[in-house]
Write a protein that binds this ligand. Structure first.
Ligand code: SF4
Length: 174
């Protein structure tokens, strides 16, 4: 039986880690991002995230591993993978992104790891384990991402508490 990744890949849909992350933040944002409107790249927030990652773990040997041009793992260690995040305000999105990476490694490469999300600014870390239940959650997220990006129009604008901080805010208002 095909797993979710094979089904999606055979439909030529590219599910990156960031798309899985955006699904848990805002489906409209995910749709814009998928259409190549990538305003986040230039935002201060993303820059801060990159700097946090660079300066929190400057000595780490195996940084930023890009796999199949789909998942971009911040740090790979012998028994775990890590994501470094600037803030824990979107921690459910951070969690599903890392679960997706763990799922991808397991299903595509037969590699099993645990995951850690580090929030250096808060001196906190969260452990993320790919349980059977978590696998089902990832599979449902994969299908949901595919559904959203296949839409002809962006999902409706539904105002959220963090909209004013979103890089797409002006676009949404217009
Ligand atoms: S401004 Fe709000 S509704 Fe628009 S893309 Fe951003 S988070 Fe989504």
């Amino acid at each position: 039986m095909q797993n979710s990744l094979e089904e999606i890949n055979s439909a030529n849909i590219r599910i990156t880690g960031i798309k899985i992350n955006y699904l848990y933040i805002c489906e409209r944002k995910l749709w814009f991002f998928d259409r190549g409107i990538q305003m986040e790249k230039t935002s201060d927030k993303v820059l801060l995230g990159k700097l946090t990652e660079e300066y929190s773990y400057p000595q780490q040997e195996h940084k930023e591993v890009l796999i199949d041009n789909l998942i971009n793992i911040d740090i790979v260690e012998e028994d775990k993978i890590r994501e470094i995040k600037y803030s824990n305000k979107m921690k459910e999105a951070d969690r599903i992104q890392l679960l997706y990476y763990l799922y991808y490694l397991k299903k595509k490469l037969n590699i099993e790891r645990k995951g850690i999300i580090n929030y250096p600014k808060m001196r906190r870390k969260e452990e993320v384990i790919l349980t059977e239940e978590a696998e089902k959650e990832v599979e449902s997220a994969i299908f949901k991402v595919a559904e959203v990006i296949k839409m002809n129009k962006p999902p409706c604008f539904i105002k959220k508490p963090f909209c004013t901080k979103c890089a797409y805010y002006e676009l949404c208002l217009g």
